[in-house]
Design a binder for this molecule. Sequence first.
Ligand SMILES: Cc1cc2nc3c(=O)[nH]c(=O)nc-3n(C[C@H](O)[C@H](O)[C@H](O)COP(=O)(O)O)c2cc1C
Length: 730
Amino acid sequence: MTVSIWRYSHLLLALASALFLTIASLTGIVLAFEPMQNAVQPYHIAGSEKLSLSETMVALNSSYDEVLSLEIDANDFISASVITKSGESETIYIHPKTAEKLGSPKAQAPIFQFATNLHRSLFLKGLGRFFVGLVSFLLCLIAITGLFLILKRQGGLMKLFSKVQKEYFELRYHVIFGRLFLLPIIIIAATGVYLSAEKFSLLPENTTIHELKNAKTEVDLSIEASELPIFKTIVLKDVKSVNFPFSKAPEDYFEVSLSDREIYVHQYTGEVLSEIQYPFTVLASRWSTLLHTGQGSFLWSVILLLASVSILFFIYTGIVMWRRRTKNTKIDRVDKDECSHIILVGSETGSTFGFAKLLKQALVKSGKSVFLGKLNSYSTYKKAQHLIVLTATYGDGQPTTNARKFEQLFKTVQATKKVQYSVVGFGSLLYPRYCSFAVTVENLLDASPYFEQTIPLYKINNQDERSFLDWAKKWEEKTSVSLKIKFPEKKKKQLKKNSFRVVEKTDLNKDDTFLIRLRPEKNIQFQSGDLAAITPKQDNFERLYSIAKIGDDILLSVKKHKFGICSPFLSDLAIATRMNIRIKKNPDFHFPRQAKSVVLIANGTGIAPFLGMLFENIGKIPVHLFLGLRTKKSLQLYSDMLSNARAKEYVSTVNIAYSKENQKKYVQDLLKDNIKIISETLSEGGAIFICGSLAMQHGVLEVLDDITYTELKKPLSDFEQQQQLKMDCY
Ligand SMILES: Cc1cc2nc3c(=O)[nH]c(=O)nc-3n(C[C@H](O)[C@H](O)[C@H](O)COP(=O)(O)O)c2cc1C
């Protein structure tokens, strides 16, 4: 079955039951506290499970006038109905060894009574119980469809717990918590269904009845039951309840309920007069109650509590995801034949539509007429000049549901005029066939004489906004159409501002690049690879720079852009100037001191974090640096630090490619010359870090993919899933 069918089933089931599930979860949360509260009552005596029933009987007989019954609940609290020496009838918790009264069972607290009624029947008696049973069944189906969706997303059972693709918060944590709470939720739902089925007598009835043997009546009446061998061999752990004989008459007997069977025992001979093995339905019912209510287990009630909270979280995040998807996929009605710019989208969960809408807005702002549609609606476009395809890839390189017909349509719809095209692939490096449907579309368009490529296929990992802006810049340069794409401001976590002082700054080199060293005025915690968020005085926009930690200072490598704002601002700072910087932790980009080996790949100013990381390599693990620069002179800025690191054996090899020297070389070429280092690092679980421009990242990823396929017979995605690939590109 395709992903979309699972997804729609999951959504429909969830929508159908959301209200009842909310009530069931809220009351479930309240009810989870009941077994927790019970479990901490002081009525359980450690080690009592190992005592024999006979020992407790002796203690009871000597302490009370008469004993009517004994019960051991899920918390291992032992209660007895007794008539005391003063003739009062009482039900009390007892000490199993001394039969001393420990307390009295209390009635259920009103809050738990209320929650139980609402949880079980919504105060609607039979009808309510039916609904609750039905919703439990739907929850089972939701969990099962959810499991399939997670398996599809993660690439199978073996990868269930591997890295989850970076997405917006609600989707990402729907998946992360989904795989964590799936099992408890299935258990809650299945036991709920079982208990409801039982209430509606849908399960086979337990019809076995005791057939009593003829009990001996000529017996020695002086024998104490507690002395009988049978009661000495039964341990309290196995006892559920005991009904003591009504009278001393030999015809009256003990009714003993054990974990797996019920026995009637002659009170003078100990003979088993009848024995019934509990059928499966009784045991299943007992287990369902325990698992559904958490009775007797503090830990399980905590898990039930968390699972109930998680259901509310799934309802909330599910609604956010659904709203996002429907909002993004709403298409406005514009005549396709009137537009000069056609944007066609392949999107499953709506995020690609989000990008397409921003693109459309930017084009409209530039005075273009734009049609935005799905790839499945591909047709002829009378006035089209540009076609831009933005498409995601799903399920091992397949198109999205709304792009499935495109290939067929493209072959049958007869194009009528020449159109410029550009394809943007949205995908994730976690999947072996990265953006492969976009490649299919690119190839189809490329092969058609009616379509002419504006810029080559551009692949975007994890809906990265910076990459989309990079594509837009490239497209803009080629078409001279201004694209002012603005992503909506995200709510940023307010990071603490720290005051820094400029302590060192180099002159600009030939590439207009400089190093700037800033010292915090207070002691602060950060690491190389973290990000410095800098807001220049001239505007209010924050820029992120990957930092090196040198001593306690931060070191930035900055390229001054003529028409930039932040880089000229930094370049103009005088020594000793104070400024505020927020430090954003970037734990996925920290040097792994425990790794067997590390490869660092950078171009230009992307070397900055590595300048700090090298000096963290105190264990002197093999570290190979691959660096792409423009000219030999570009290296001067970093050469002292690199020589120092080499002298201290913090770096094993430094490989540099110059793109503007006679022998033009890029960092990708260096990797091709050092296949062994790359494949060994990956196969022994080491990490590869990439920092620098997005264009470099694209080239490097292609080479790495080739190396893993040819050398290790695995796709690069396998290593991305193992979190061996760490990237910070811009
Ligand atoms: C179940 C599933 C399968 C996926 N398969 C691939 C794949 O084979 N190749 C790829 O590059 N990306 C794959 N992705 C990633 C998506 O293409 C990527 O997240 C995309 O940005 C989603 O866009 P949308 O929200 O518009 O559907 C997959 C994602 C999911 C959830």
